[in-house]
Design a protein around this ligand. Structure first.
Ligand code: DGJ
Length: 724
C-alpha cells in the first residue's frame, strides 16, 4: 500500500486498502490510467490507453494535468502566459519524490496526518523546457481511507516573468466513460445544499462562484456517479475543494466518449504574476472513491474532515448546547434582557449563551458600525465583560458574534480609513446590507482586526466566537496592489483571511469558533480547517432544514452542521411546527436554540429540558458516529437517517414525516450500518418504550413505526447492543 513505483515502465500506483489510482508516464506525458476499486499491483497498464501521444495526439489521451495549445482541445488544468505574450507550454515529466506522511500546503488549509504512517505523498515534477515553468503535482494517498488529496505547485524556474491565467487543483480523465451522471449542491440564501443529479453528455457542465466566497449558490464540491449508483451501491467519485473563495468545478464529455472532471480556483478573473524563483500553490482537492454508493463516499469525507481537516481542542471535544439571541431579540436588547435568556437557559440545561449581532459601535440595525469592535455602552452600560461575567455567574459560558471581514461606511473605522475596503478607485462601491468588504490582502487591515478581537478576548471571558460574513465581494481590487497584480486580489483576500484565522485560532486555542456566512454561504472545507462547526443556514424552519442538513451531509460531517430550534411561526417561512419536531431535526446536528427562552410556557420548558438532557446523552454519538442516510427529503414526504458508533454497538435513528397521510399503509424503517450478528435494545426517544431486535432484522425488515394522524411527525430511536 502507499505509492508503488515501477520505474522501468513509468507506472505510479497509489494504493489504499480499498482503492487504486494509477499514472503512467508515456513519451514524457503523465497519463491517467485508472481510478477505482483496489487493484493488485501490475508492472504496466499502458495497454489500457490504446492511443499514445505519438499515434493519436493529445486530444484522445487521459491526462493528469492537461495543458492547452499543443493539441488537447478540452479544458486545460493550467495556462501560463510568457513575457512574449504566447500562451503555449508543454509539460514533460522530469522526476518524482515520495514523502512519508503529508506536507502542509504553504498558506492554505489542507487535510493532514498525525502520524507519517497514515499516508504517503507522491510528488511528480513536470517542466516546460522553453519557459522554465515547473509544475509539481502532489498526490497524498491514505493507507486506510479511499482518499487522494491533490494539489499543484507552479514554480517559475526560468529567467523571465510568467503570468498564470489558470491554475486548477485537480483534473481527472475518465477514459471511455460518457454515460456518467454529475452531482453537486446548489442553492441560495436560506435554501442551501439542494442535491442536483443529472446525466452528462458531450459538452460541459460547470458550476462556479465568482463571489469571492465559496457561496450559497454552489458548494465547492462535485461528484461523478454511474446511473445505477444509489446510497448503498455503485461507483461514486467525489471532488471537494479545500477553499473558501471563488472556485470552479465541472465535467466535460468529449467527442471520443471520455469525461474530464476538473476543480480548483475560478479561472475567471484570475491571473497571477510569477517572477523567476517564485511559486504558486493551488488549493487542495480531496478526491474520494467509493464502490459502495453515496453513503460510503460521504462517510469517507466525514471521517477525514472531522479528524484530519478540523483542528484544535474542539475537534474531539463534545460541543456545547447553546442559546443564541439573534432570532430572540435581533438588535433590540439590553444587558438585563440577555442575562434573562441566559438565566432561563441554565435552568433548562443549556451550556453556552451566544450574544449575536448588535453589541458594538452604535448598531441598532444592520446599517452601521462594522469595524468598530467595542461595546455599545448605550445597550451595555457596564460593558461586555460585565455581561459575560453575569452570564458566567448563571453557569453558562459566554459566546460572541463578529463580522470581522466587513466595514460599514457609517463607522468610525471607515471615517478613519476609507481606503481599507476592496474597491476600484473612481468607481462606485457597491454596498450589500449597507456594508463593504475589508481589504484582507493588506497586512495592516488584518493587524487591526487581530488587535481588535484579541483586545476583547483578553479582557472578556469569551468561550465561543461566531465568525460571520454577510456579503459577496464586488469591485474586487486592492489599492495596495500594482496594476499587474489586480487580478490576484480575490485569491489574496482568501490567503489573507486564512493567515488571520490561523493566527487568531492559534493565539486563542480555548475558544470554540463557528463560521457563518449568512448561514451556509461559506460552508466549505477551508473554513472547517480553522473552525470545526458552521451555521448551516439562516433558514431555521425544521421542514426546510431536513433538506438543507441532508444535502449538506453529502460532504460534511454532522459535527460541522449547526442546527438550532427556533420560534414559531418560523421567521423565514412562517410555518408552525411542533417543538418536538423542531427539536428532533436540530438534535441530529450540532444542537442549540435560537429564540427567547423566557417566552416559553412551563410545558414547553419541560420539553426543552427533555431535549437538552437527551442530547447530552447522545451527542458523543451524534457528533462522532457514522451517518447513514435512509430516506431522502428530496424524494418524498418522509426523511430518515441514523448515526452508528464505530464499534456498531450504539446507534441513533431519526425519522420524520412532514404531512399526515390518510389511511396510511403500515410503515417500517429499514436501518443500516448495524452489526447483523448483534441484538439491539431499541428505545423510543419520545415515549421511552423499548423493544429488542436483531441487527439483521432491523436492516432487512426494518423497525415498525407507529403512526399518529398528524402533520410534522417525528421520532428518534436509541439503539444499544444487548450484551449477554
Ligand atoms: C447572518 C447570520 O447567519 C445570522 O445567524 C445572524 O448572525 C446575522 N447574520 C446577524 O447579522
Amino acid at each position: 500500500m502507499g505509492v508503488i513505483v515501477q520505474e522501468h515502465t513509468g507506472l505510479f500506483h497509489l494504493q489504499s486498502s480499498g482503492m487504486s489510482y494509477m499514472i503512467q508516464i508515456v513519451d514524457g506525458y503523465p497519463l491517467h490510467v485508472y481510478w477505482g476499486g483496489r487493484l493488485k499491483h501490475r508492472e504496466s497498464l499502458a495497454d489500457l490507453l490504446i492511443h499514445t501521444p505519438a499515434n493519436a495526439g493529445l486530444d484522445r489521451l487521459p491526462q493528469e494535468y492537461p495543458q492547452y495549445g499543443s493539441g488537447d482541445f478540452r479544458n486545460p488544468a493550467y495556462q501560463s502566459e510568457l513575457e512574449d505574450g504566447t500562451r503555449v507550454t508543454e509539460l514533460k515529466y522530469e522526476g518524482y519524490r515520495i514523502i512519508k506522511g503529508k506536507p502542509a500546503l504553504s498558506g492554505l488549509p489542507s487535510v493532514y496526518t498525525e502520524d507519517d504512517a497514515e499516508a504517503e505523498t507522491l510528488e511528480l515534477e513536470l517542466k516546460d523546457a522553453y519557459s522554465g515553468l515547473q509544475v509539481v503535482l502532489s498526490y497524498t494517498i491514505y493507507a486506510d481511507r479511499n482518499v487522494i488529496a491533490r494539489s499543484a505547485r507552479l514554480n517559475n524556474a526560468g529567467e523571465h516573468n510568467l503570468r498564470l491565467r489558470r491554475a486548477l487543483s485537480a483534473s481527472v480523465d475518465f477514459l471511455g466513460k460518457d454515460d456518467l451522471e454529475i452531482m453537486y449542491l446548489s442553492g441560495a440564501w436560506a435554501r442551501e445544499a439542494n442535491i442536483i443529479r443529472k446525466p452528462i453528455h458531450q459538452g460541459e457542465t460547470r458550476i462556479d462562484s465568482k463571489r469571492g466566497m465559496s457561496s450559497h449558490q454552489f458548494n465547492p464540491f462535485t461528484a461523478l456517479v454511474t446511473p445505477e449508483t444509489t446510497e448503498d451501491h455503485g461507483d461514486a467519485y467525489g471532488f471537494s475543494l479545500v477553499y473558501s473563495g471563488s472556485f470552479e468545478a465541472g465535467a466535460e464529455v468529449d467527442s471520443f466518449g471520455s469525461t474530464r472532471v476538473s476543480i480548483g480556483l475560478n479561472s475567471f478573473d484570475f491571473a497571477w504574476q510569477l517572477s523567476p524563483g517564485e511559486s504558486f500553490q493551488t488549493p487542495e482537492a480531496v478526491m474520494v472513491y467509493s464502490g459502495q454508493g453515496l453513503g460510503d463516499m460521504s462517510r469517507t469525507y466525514h471521517r477525514l474532515y472531522r479528524t484530519r481537516l478540523c483542528r484544535g481542542k474542539y475537534r474531539d471535544e463534545e460541543r456545547p448546547i447553546l442559546v443564541n439571541n439573534w432570532e430572540a431579540t435581533y438588535f433590540d436588547f439590553n444587558a438585563d434582557k440577555l442575562v434573562s435568556i441566559a438565566e432561563e437557559g441554565v435552568k433548562l440545561g443549556i451550556e453556552l449563551f451566544v450574544l449575536d449581532d448588535g453589541w458594538f459601535g452604535k448598531r441598532d440595525s444592520d446599517n452601521s458600525s462594522l469595524g468598530d469592535w467595542y461595546e455599545d455602552r448605550r445597550k451595555l452600560p457596564d460593558g461586555l465583560a460585565d455581561v459575560a461575567r453575569r452570564v458566567n455567574e448563571q453557569g453558562l459560558k459566554f459566546g460572541l458574534w463578529f463580522e470581522p471581514e466587513m466595514i460599514s461606511p457609517d463607522s468610525e473605522l471607515y471615517r478613519r480609513h476609507p481606503d481599507w475596503c476592496l474597491h476600484v478607485p473612481g468607481r462606485r462601491r457597491s454596498e450589500a446590507r449597507w456594508q463593504l468588504v475589508l481589504d484582507y490582502t493588506r497586512q495592516e487591515v488584518r493587524d487591526y482586526i487581530y488587535d481588535s478581537l484579541s483586545a476583547i478576548f483578553t479582557s472578556v471571558p469569551v468561550a465561543y466566537v461566531k465568525w460571520d460574513m454577510n456579503r459577496a465581494l464586488t469591485e474586487i481590487g486592492s489599492v495596495a496592489l500594482p496594476p499587474e497584480r489586480q487580478a490576484e486580489t480575490a485569491h489574496r483576500y482568501v490567503l489573507g483571511l486564512y493567515e488571520l484565522l490561523d493566527r487568531i485560532t492559534t493565539a486563542f486555542p480555548d475558544i470554540l469558533f463557528e463560521s457563518c456566512s449568512s448561514g451556509g454561504g461559506r460552508f466549505d472545507p477551508g473554513m472547517l480547517h480553522y473552525m470545526p462547526q458552521t451555521w448551516t443556514s439562516d433558514n431555521t424552519d425544521a421542514v426546510e432544514r431536513l433538506k438543507i442538513q441532508y444535502g449538506t451531509s453529502l460532504v460534511y460531517p454532522v459535527s460541522a452542521i449547526g442546527a438550532h430550534v427556533s420560534a414559531v411561526p418560523n421567521h423565514q417561512v412562517g410555518r408552525i411546527t411542533p417543538l418536538e419536531f423542531r427539536g428532533d431535526v436540530a438534535m441530529s446536528g450540532n444542537f442549540g436554540y435560537e429564540l427567547d427562552l423566557t417566552k416559553f410556557t412551563e410545558e414547553e420548558k419541560e420539553t426543552v429540558k427533555r431535549q437538552v438532557s437527551a442530547y447530552k446523552e447522545i451527542r458523543g454519538l451524534v457528533q462522532k458516529g457514522d451517518l447513514y442516510r435512509l430516506k431522502s427529503p428530496f424524494e418524498g414526504n418522509e426523511s430518515a437517517w441514523m448515526i452508528v458508533s464505530e464499534n456498531q454497538e450504539e446507534a441513533i435513528a431519526y425519522y420524520f414525516q412532514v404531512m399526515a397521510v390518510p389511511n396510511a399503509p403500515k410503515r417500517s424503517l429499514r436501518l443500516a450500518g448495524l452489526n447483523p450478528e448483534l441484538e439491539y435494545e431499541v428505545q423510543s426517544g419520545h415515549s421511552g418504550e423499548t423493544s429488542i431486535h436483531g441487527g439483521d432484522r432491523l436492516m432487512q425488515l426494518g423497525l415498525p413505526l407507529a403512526y399518529e394522524q398528524k402533520d410534522y411527525e417525528s421520532g428518534w430511536f436509541r439503539l444499544r447492543a444487548v450484551t449477554h
